[in-house]
Design a protein. Structure first.
Lengths: 294, 219
């Protein structure tokens, strides 16, 4: 209430007392440099008849506004992440597939053409990098025009894959802070996608989390063919892959156990909890210190 | 443990044990007695632990409160039972969903899905000259959060903060973290009392502080 600086406006200014929709917007999107004694101001401006009336309106408006804000933040979240990681995998697979086709086609053209000599090498045509090289070609024939154009699509797809990845990396910690910190954002998103969302991941037992993504091996095992899988997609994590094969089963079990807990914390509380991460680090260290048979 | 509890908070017997309690709708499956009192679990609430340990929190009942880091509303439900207008700020959507149901039956509780590090985004709703800020945020820069929100406090208001060492630095010694945090807090607050909450909450320091009068409202 320092009075000297410009007047601040409260959430209720220019608001029709019965208009909840406008109140929601005002509470969610409004701002002020500093607080004022809003109840008094609201009564002075005629928004409320007295302070009790103001608090009643405030209670109703904050409930509606906050419920709406929660809904829109949650709607945004785990399903969007699931879509993004699937799209990322699709773009990667498609880009590689097209790059293979392109390498074959471009190879047939690189050898016989000599016009922009030197820039066309036959041995660097494979993969996405090969496609990048082909986009530099100056097309000499209708066939080469198609090849260069195809190469551009491949490069675009690969760029999109990179964009999707950074989307996943920035959003996974918001959706599932503990899971993302423990597994890394990409693996966290993969687990969410395989389980069908945060809620269903939170309801899965650790043993299921351990073999998510290894369904083929798991069902082969259940039909009596082959041994039981030790790990599914969690294999991509350093805690599993970086552990000696003799101890990998233990590491995968410990890791999956904590991932299941992390998912439950993320779903039911949503707050970051350090102790679960410390426990896991300690456990993995203990597993790795074990003797391994030569 | 002889201290003046705020009006609306009483020591009642549950299962033969004297426990803090407030009156209101049950929230988290806490024990209730026949007169409508519900036990306040100090193990689940840092403010509850501060009262249990007999810290002089300066609450008498009926005050205006800004609660930062309200989470699912466990503690804030008790605060709203004995306080006046209570503004509850929480940043994560999932716990806020539970906070909403706590607020529904408490007309003096105003839930806000906002970031406590950005008071600008709620200064148009939360009133000035409040009697008390309760802070329990699990973020790095807890002292900064307290300093930025100082503008909501009356000059004789109180800051009741539970500083969580692990949120600042997991590896550092909690004592060092607490010292650094208190040092930063002194920029805008007079520290009145501190106490470790270890009996109820690991690696937490409870702080009671008053805004320093010579400093004009920051930001």
């Amino acid at each position: 209430m320092s009075g000297s600086s410009p007047e601040q406006t409260g959430w209720f200014s220019d608001l029709d007392p019965g208009d909840l929709e406008a109140a929601t917007t005002a509470i969610s999107e409004g701002e002020a440099d500093r607080p004022e004694h809003w109840p008094t101001r609201a009564v002075q401006s005629g928004f409320a008849t007295d302070e009790d009336d103001y608090y009643e309106a405030l209670h109703e408006a904050t409930l509606v506004a906050t419920r709406e804000a929660v809904r829109s933040r949650e709607r945004a979240d785990d399903q969007q992440l699931t879509h993004a990681i699937r799209a990322m995998d699709d773009t990667e697979r498609t880009a590689n597939e097209l790059a293979e086709r392109l390498a074959e086609w471009a190879g047939s053209l690189a050898e016989r053409s000599g016009s922009d000599n030197g820039t066309r090498s036959t041995d660097a045509l494979g993969g996405i990098d090969g496609a990048r090289a082909v986009t530099e070609w100056t097309p000499q024939s209708p066939a080469e025009e198609r090849v260069v154009s195809l190469a551009r699509r491949v490069v675009d797809l690969d760029d999109e894959r990179a964009e999707l990845r950074s989307f996943v990396e920035s959003h996974a910690p918001e959706v599932a802070p503990n899971l993302a910190a423990m597994a890394g954002p990409v693996l966290a998103a993969r687990l969410l996608s395989l389980a069908g969302g945060l809620e269903s991941l939170a309801k899965k037992p650790a043993g299921t989390v351990q073999v998510l993504g290894a369904e083929d091996a798991l069902f082969a095992h259940l039909r009596g063919r082959g041994s039981s899988p030790k790990h599914g997609v969690i294999f991509t994590h350093e805690y599993v892959r970086g552990t000696h094969p003799d101890n990998r089963g233990s590491a995968a079990r410990a890791f999956a156990g904590k991932l299941a807990i992390a998912a439950r914390i993320d779903h039911y509380s949503g707050e970051y909890k350090q102790s679960v991460h410390d426990d896991l680090n300690e456990r993995i260290r203990a597993i790795r210190e074990r003797e391994v048979g030569e | 443990m002889s201290l003046d509890l705020p009006t609306g908070v009483e020591r009642r017997r549950f299962d033969g044990r004297g426990r803090l309690a407030t009156r209101g709708d049950p929230v988290y499956g806490e024990p209730q007695d026949a007169d409508g009192w519900r036990a306040w679990d100090a193990g689940r609430s840092k403010l509850g632990a501060m009262l249990e340990l007999g810290m002089d929190v300066g609450l008498v009942g009926g005050e205006g409160v800004l609660y930062l880091g309200a989470a699912s509303g466990t503690t804030v439900s008790h605060v709203a039972d004995f306080a006046g207008p209570t503004y509850a700020v929480e940043f994560a959507p999932r716990p806020t969903r539970d906070l909403l149901s706590v607020a529904e039956s408490r007309p003096n509780l105003f839930p806000l899905l906002k970031d406590a590090r950005e008071p600008r985004t709620y200064a148009h709703v939360v009133e000035a000259d409040l009697d008390c800020i309760v802070q329990d945020v699990a973020t790095r820069g807890q002292a900064r959060v307290a300093l930025r929100n100082r503008q909501f406090l009356a000059s004789d208001g109180r800051l009741l903060a539970a500083i969580k060492a692990r949120s600042e630095d997991v590896l550092d010694d909690p004592e060092t973290v607490f010292e650094n945090t208190l040092e930063a807090l002194r920029e805008g607050y007079e520290i009145l009392e501190t106490q470790r909450l270890d009996r109820f909450h690991d690696d937490h320091l409870a702080v009671v502080a008053e805004p320093r009068s010579e400093m004009a409202a920051e930001r």
